[in-house]
Structures are given as C-alpha cells and as structure tokens.
Ligand binder design. Structure first.
Ligand code: NAI
Ligand code: MG
Length: 362
C-alpha cells in the first residue's frame, strides 16, 4: 500500500519541523516499513502571500482527497493587519470545519527525562500518559445566536450559545471509548451538569453509550472545574478524558503544562468514519509558528514527528511503525539529544535538523 499524505508546512517554524517529517517518511520508505506519496501545499500566511487567502479551494480539495493531512503551524506578526476573516488561523479553522474534524485528540505524555521541566513536582508527573478527547466542531464556539447587541441605555450585551445534540455527543463518546479499549480501559467525562443543560445531556448520552457498547470499560463523571483541580493535584488518575469544546480547550492546555514542553506535544483531529471505513484526519503539533525562533534551526521537531506517529497509528493502522517512531523519540532522549527548549540550562543542545537526523538514525 502507498499512503497519500498532504503536507501543509505553513508559517514560522512550520516548514522547518515539516522538513524533519519528510526525512522520517523517506527513512520509513527505505526501511520497507511503509511507502508514502506526499503532496505539499500552502496554508496560513504563506497562502495569503501567494494567493490572498489563507486556504485556497484547490488546497482544500487536495486535503479532502488525501489519506491524511500533516500541518506545521500558521500565523505570525507579518499578518497581524489582515482582515479577521482572512487571517492565517482562518485557513486552519476552514480545514477543521469543512472536513468535519470533530474529535481532537491531545495526548499529554511526560517523558521521565523531562519531568523536571513540568509545572508540577517530578513524582506527580513522571510516567504521565493522558489522552484528552475534545469535541472540536460544536458547543459554545459555534452555537447561535452569537452576537454583541447595543442595549437602549447604550451599554452592550454579548451572547454566546452552547449547543450540543445527542448525535454530536454520541460520536465523540465513541471516539473516547474506542481509544480507552486500546489503553487502560478507563474514561473520565467532564461537564457541568450541575449548572448547564448541555452538561445534563452530555452526561446522559455518555452514560447511555457506555452502557450500550462499552460496559466492560470504567466510566467516571467529573465536574469540569473539579477536573482542572484534579489535573494539577493528581494527574496520573486520568487515562482517557472526554469533554466538550470549551472545557477541552482549557483542560488540554492545563495538561500540556504538566508535560514539560510545548515542543513535544502532537495532536490529531479526526472526522467521522465513512462507508469505506476511512476517516478524514489532520495531524499537527499543539504549538504555534514560534516566530521568535523561526529560521534559526532552534525549533523542536518532536511534536511534528509525534504527529506523524499519530497519523501512522490512527489513519493507517500502522501501530507497530508508530511504536517504532515513539521508541525513536525515547531513544533520542536516552542518548542525550535535546533541542534548546528541553535542554538543561547551559547544557549542549542540538538543532532542528540534527534532531531530525537523530530520530532517523534511532
Ligand atoms: P507558539 O506556540 O508559537 O510559541 C510559544 C512559545 O513556545 C515561544 O516562545 C516559542 O518559541 C516556543 N515554542 C513553540 N513551539 C516550539 C518548538 N517546536 N520548539 C521550541 N520552542 C517552541 O505560540 P505563540 O507565540 O502564542 O503564537 C505564535 C503564532 O502562532 C501566532 O501567530 C499564533 O496565532 C500562532 N499559533 C498557531 C497555532 C497553530 O497553527 N495551530 C497554534 C497556536 C498559535
Ligand atoms: Mg487553547
């Protein structure tokens, strides 16, 4: 089989970290592990510069046709003056929305070698391995009405609306339970049923999906604010954590700070499984375009390479190849290779390209 990948390097450090992914793809091909055919296109500021829009219809069509999409990062000060609806981030939002990528998977893994860089004490985070499953296309970021109106007295009133349907909650619950089956078998679901109707429905639907299809798994309901507290107090109690768009945004950023480095965190955004059994998927690092370190060979490429590992696992069923790649990251650490963001203060660091070479060698 040849897998068809669309590479969207984007802006800032995006192209630099994507170049390391290309090296890894070549190496996987040479080793006979998997063959990839790649196409490359523009997104974000790079696309604005070339075409005047952050994502062209042609690029979107290519994304739609690809087996999976790898995206670097978008944005930067150069495009601060661009109209809001045409800003670099709008290209990414269009990809997510038009491809129906409703499930955002954000692993938070704390590598022992990096535990001292965590926001928490080593013993609380060493060995941490959480998978946050965030609903990405519904909830308060998208619900209508969404408006600011002027009141008769001249002051204003802002409205955002949280909307969830049974179907939207069911499909994200399935993603979480399916993941848990391959992990520890434990799912925590976070909402606020004590003060929100959408929380009441969320809890009801997750409970029903669990009872009907995953009764052998362990399900725990946790209030989202308590969940934030527990993530900081005793994070290793969680394995798979499923939650809505808003709470997921916040909780996944909390979890990111437990791991030690932004440069290490991959993510996946998945769509629905179609009649042929495949699903749209976009893989990208959690970090942004890091304009402060762009073009200096300083970026950590491991979040991008880890995103490729997720693509191998979740889009191509190449679990063993994904394990190999995750193992290469651990071996690189064990061998002492660190980019500047994860190196001990004053210690020798390797550059972006050299880290890519270390992974290929491993
Ligand atoms: P950022 O994630 O780009 O950078 C935050 C800090 O982390 C910076 O000091 C940066 O140097 C460092 N950093 C990030 N990734 C790193 C890596 N791989 N290796 C080493 N250090 C790394 O977030 P920031 O500065 O808030 O945003 C910069 C631009 O990126 C903005 O235009 C923002 O809108 C955009 N952005 C894009 C995202 C995306 O494409 N998904 C996500 C977040 C921000
Ligand atoms: Mg966020």
């Amino acid at each position: 089989t040849t897998y068809n990948l669309l590479l969207l390097p984007g802006d800032g450090i995006g192209p630099e970290v994507m170049a390391q992914v290309s090296k890894v793809l070549d190496a996987l091909g040479r080793a006979g592990i998997a063959r990839f055919e790649t196409e490359t296109d523009l997104v974000g500021g790079a696309s604005i510069d070339a075409h005047g829009v952050p994502l062209t219809d042609a690029a979107l069509a290519r994304a739609d046709a690809a087996d999976a999409i790898l995206l670097g990062a978008v944005g930067g000060p150069k495009w601060n003056g661009v109209a809001y609806d045409n800003r670099p981030e709008a290209g990414l939002l269009r990809l997510r929305k038009d491809l129906g990528l409703f499930a955002n998977l954000r692993p938070a893994i704390c590598y022992p070698a990096l535990a001292d860089a965590s926001a928490l004490k080593r013993e609380l985070v060493e060995g941490l391995d959480i998978m946050i499953v965030r609903e990405l296309t519904g909830g308060v970021y998208f619900g209508a009405p969404k408006e600011i109106t002027v009141l008769p007295d001249g002051t204003k009133r802002a409205v955002d609306t949280q909307v969830y349907t049974t179907g939207e909650i069911e499909r994200i619950a399935h993603v979480a339970f399916d993941l848990a089956r391959k992990r520890s078998g434990r799912v925590a679901s976070a909402e606020k049923h004590n003060v929100m109707k959408s929380g009441v429905l969320w809890k009801e639907v997750v409970t029903a999906v669990h009872a009907a299809h995953y009764a052998e798994l362990e399900l725990e309901h946790v209030l989202a604010d308590n969940c934030a507290m527990q993530l900081v107090r005793r994070p290793k109690q969680f394995d798979v954590l499923v939650t809505d768009n808003l709470f997921g945004d916040v909780l996944s950023d909390v979890a990111a700070m437990l791991t030690g480095s932004l440069g290490m965190l991959p993510s996946a955004s998945l769509g629905a499984v179609d009649a042929k059994g495949s699903r749209k998927a976009l893989y990208e690092p959690v970090h942004g375009s890091a304009p402060d370190i762009a073009c200096q060979d300083l970026a950590n490429p491991l979040a991008m390479i880890g995103s490729l590992a997720m693509a191998l696992r979740y889009s191509f069923g190449l679990g063993e190849a994904a394990d190999l790649l995750d193992g290469a990251i651990k071996d690189a650490f064990a061998g002492g290779a660190r980019t500047r963001d994860i190196a001990a203060p004053g210690a020798q660091a390797v550059g972006t390209a050299a880290m890519g070479d270390v992974i290929v060698a491993a």
